[in-house]
Design a protein around this ligand. Structure first.
Ligand code: FAD
Length: 383
């Protein structure tokens, strides 16, 4: 594995860093308090090519490899996890899945809009009754002539109220468990689809997280993505890459925690000298630094495996598990360095901790990642 960035990779990282400084950093506190990122940011993310990374230029994408995608994701995560998540879902889970598994017609219909930021995508897997055990989902798609009629409820859907299209998972045959699940591309303007914003989140407050209710939503059979009954494998493939993106975002959180803690420790004086002079403060800071490096190396390994066409799903679970727990630790350590000021939202540590916490929950909780890793090591599924 080559740890040296190519010129192109270094340039895209710099572009992302400049974008964060210009378009994101000045607004982070306001967006968090208002519980809404300025939606015009999506177009700007599209204009600089961040919503088209790894997608073919033929479909409006900006190309690049998965390491470049991780570099941009880390920078966005350093700036604001709400923004990072918007990209990780619209590009990472939706556009990349359409690019990998969609028909030619689906690619031409959706990819140019999603990669330019004209359109936003969301990923509709979780339901009120099925989270970790997603293969048991209850949303139903019933064939009616040339159409499917879909009924069900999805919850905790990132980008839910902003999205123009849902990559939706529904049970379309009577095959047991996940074998009966198919994937559909459902325009959110379709009659019968209603959306409700979920308020009161601990973190990622700038993101539009929503419940989607589908009542007799009719879509043509051509809206099915991949073959009937292959929906669960589509979802799992999307999440395997998605976990790398979450991990990269977590590296960004840990780096923001490190930068903030080092700066504050050099400024704040107690006991007649800056707190950077106190050994126990240095311990907090060095623990964050080790977490940043370890999480980043695990994440880059996943990108390297994907770019070389090697199996990566278990490594992606390892990276996501470690990086998400590391981001929580790092943000918590940074908060400690800030003392009481860490508890006030004018200072960054509190938001970093709130935003980090969900990373251990979504795209598979830490327990689910351990079951994926344990299954690979023992050959025994403990699900
Ligand atoms: P449960 O599955 O009920 O789990 C509860 C607890 O039980 C957890 O600790 C879990 O680890 C544990 N547990 C469950 N099964 C096992 C087991 N076999 N062994 C050991 N422990 C177990 N979903 C989407 O589809 N699209 C999105 O865009 C999306 N965005 C989200 C955004 C936010 C802010 C949040 C909070 C969630 C989002 N989710 C999304 C949903 C998320 O993926 C689920 O919340 C997650 O998969 C966990 O499901 P659950 O909340 O139902 O918890």
């Amino acid at each position: 594995m080559n740890l040296e960035l190519s010129e192109e990779q270094a340039a895209v990282r710099q572009l992302a860093s400049d974008f964060v400084a210009r378009e994101i950093a000045p607004h982070v506190i306001a967006w968090d308090r208002a519980e809404e990122v300025d939606r015009s940011l999506v177009k700007k993310l599209g204009e600089v090519g961040f919503l088209g990374l790894t997608v073919d230029e033929e479909y409006g994408g900006s190309g690049g490899d998965h390491l470049a995608y991780c570099l941009v994701t880390e920078e966005l995560g350093r700036g604001d996890s709400s923004v990072r998540g918007i990209v990780s879902v619209s590009l990472g889970l939706v556009a990349k899945t359409i690019a990998a598994r969609g028909s030619e017609e689906q690619k031409r219909r959706w990819l140019p809009g999603l990669t330019s930021g004209e359109l936003v995508g969301c990923f509709g897997l979780t339901e009120p009754g099925t989270g970790s055990d997603a293969g048991q989902l209850a949303t139903r798609a019933v064939r009616d002539g040339g159409d499917y009629v879909i009924n069900g409820t999805k919850t905790f859907i990132t980008n839910g109220t902003w999205a123009d299209v849902v990559l939706l998972f529904a049970r379309s045959t009577d095959a047991p468990g996940h074998k009966g699940v198919s994937a559909f591309l459902v325009p959110t303007g379709t009659p019968g689809l209603t959306r409700r914003t979920i308020h009161g989140k601990l973190g990622l407050r700038g993101q539009a997280t929503a419940e989607l209710v589908l009542e007799d939503v009719r879509v043509p059979a051509s809206a099915m993505l991949a073959a009937e009954g292959k929906g669960f494998s589509v979802a799992m493939a999307a999440l395997a890459k998605g976990r790398m993106s979450v991990a990269a975002g977590c590296v960004g959180i840990a780096r923001a925690a490190l930068d903030a803690a080092v700066k504050y420790a050099g400024e704040r004086e107690q006991f007649g000298r800056t707190i950077a002079h106190h050994q126990l403060v240095q311990e907090l800071i060095s623990d964050i630094a080790v977490d940043v490096d370890a999480a980043r190396l695990l994440t880059w390994r996943v990108a390297d495996l994907i770019d070389r066409g090697q199996p990566f799903a278990v490594e992606s679970s390892k990276a996501k598990l470690f990086a998400s727990e590391a981001a929580v630790r790092a943000a918590n350590n940074a908060l400690q360095v800030f003392g009481g000021y860490g508890y006030i939202d004018e200072y960054p540590a509190g938001k970093l901790l709130r935003d980090a916490r969900v990373m251990t929950l979504y795209e598979g909780t830490s327990q689910i990642q351990k079951l994926v890793i344990g299954r690979a090591l023992t050959g025994v599924s403990a699900f």
